[in-house]
Write a protein that binds this ligand. Sequence first.
Ligand code: BG6
Length: 507
Amino acid sequence: MSSSNPLRDAQDRRLPRIAGPSGLVIFGVTGDLSRKKLMPAVYDLANRGLLPPGFSLIGFARREWEDEDFADEVYQAVKEHARTPFRDEVWQQLSQGMRFVQGDFDDDEAFETLKKTMQELDAAQGTGGNFAFYLSVPPKFFPLVVQQLKRHGLADQKNGAWRRAVIEKPFGHDLTSAKELNEIVHEVFAPDQVFRIDHYLGKETVQNILALRFANTLFEPVWNRSYVDHVQITMAEDIGIGGRAGYYDGIGAARDVIQNHLLQLLALTAMEEPAAFDANALAAEKTKVLGAVKLPKDLGKSTVRGQYAAGWQGGARAVGYLEEEGINPASTTDTYAAIKLEIDNRRWAGVPFYLRTGKRLGRRVTEIAVVFQRAPHSPFDQTATEELGQNALVIRVQPDEGVTLRFGSKVPGTSLEVRDVSMDFAYGESFTESSPEAYERLILDVLLGDANLFPRTEEVELSWKILDPIEQFWDKHGKPAQYESGTWGPVEADDMLARDGRSWRRP
Ligand code: BG6
């Protein structure tokens, strides 16, 4: 919240934000996300001194573990995946507050044990009754877990203590189910108690989109239909689905990442300047722009879904999606999706936004490329500019975080030839500060009650509204196109851009 003193606000923002007395309960603590991201993030936060001394971590899962087994698991996860160096004194302190509760999600006794465990930690660790519940569970269990929290009085905020729910994506699998889920969640938690995670919003480079656009004068004047030809948002992964068949099959690439990560990137790229950098103002602008997104009429020509076939990747033979363990051999799930969208407002009318994502592509890269129109007139003859591409500003979200500006420059020599060059900003070279992992930042925000980086109900629903007709169209129209693992997706996706006289960037 901002005060009437802007100078003090600015100073406050520079101070490290440290969570007050609190604890985190992770449901689904034996899962991949918890081991690779959540547990290491908690340790890294502690190591950076951003958690209170008595911070507590409760794991809830079916596994027959004692507290010590759970602590061992966290220890292994931290050793393997934490980003900050291991320090025994930090670990010792953190492990004091670790507890494990064994049970199924429909097991009332387990929820009573959870309640007692939280009370015990309040007394032993001084957590003050403040707990966040992280639902790192398959989406079908969201309603049950939330209802169990209510039934056992765990969502009640008594005596000044807070309770918050953190819900992983996907939030529903279409608009109807998202609305139903919302109703269930809001029967238990008030809107300000609910934090829907979209971990892309916790990435440093994603937050930098707003800084780049609104803290500078240089970019915003050309950030519109008068100068921009089109925008390409790419999230490419080289990995396959790994051990996630149970989650992924039937969900697919578009629901897994376009509905959330890519549409959030689109919203941040296309939205108007928010009145303030706070949750309400940000949500208002993102909602407005998502509400203005329009699907082209012919979905057959403006969307492509694909599925990876066997191929070579990183020097090794990779199996096709249908041969992955746990996948239905007749599955039509998309592991690649490309979609053309338009934004029906004054700034963007007629500028296509091309979104694409895929697993088992050439390499892991996420970027937003704002591609500008060609110069309206050139004094050089055509042979001089033959090799010149279009100017582009590329926000490199990962892995090589930074920003690239591509423009034409004269090739040294006596003849006149203009070729593309680039000007690069790389985080690693300009800053010595290390950026926290997305989950670190978001977990800390939950503990602080800061909702800036969490999508609101309206954003989630609008995103489903965009995707639903596409999914329905795909359901009715045949099978996904095949693409060889290690390539850049199906040829149909290249054709889609070629029809518009454009081509995908090869990042
Ligand atoms: C998750 C998706 O949200 O994002 C995964 O469910 C995907 O399928 C992952 O692999 C990618 O995240 P990142 O941060 O590695 O780009």
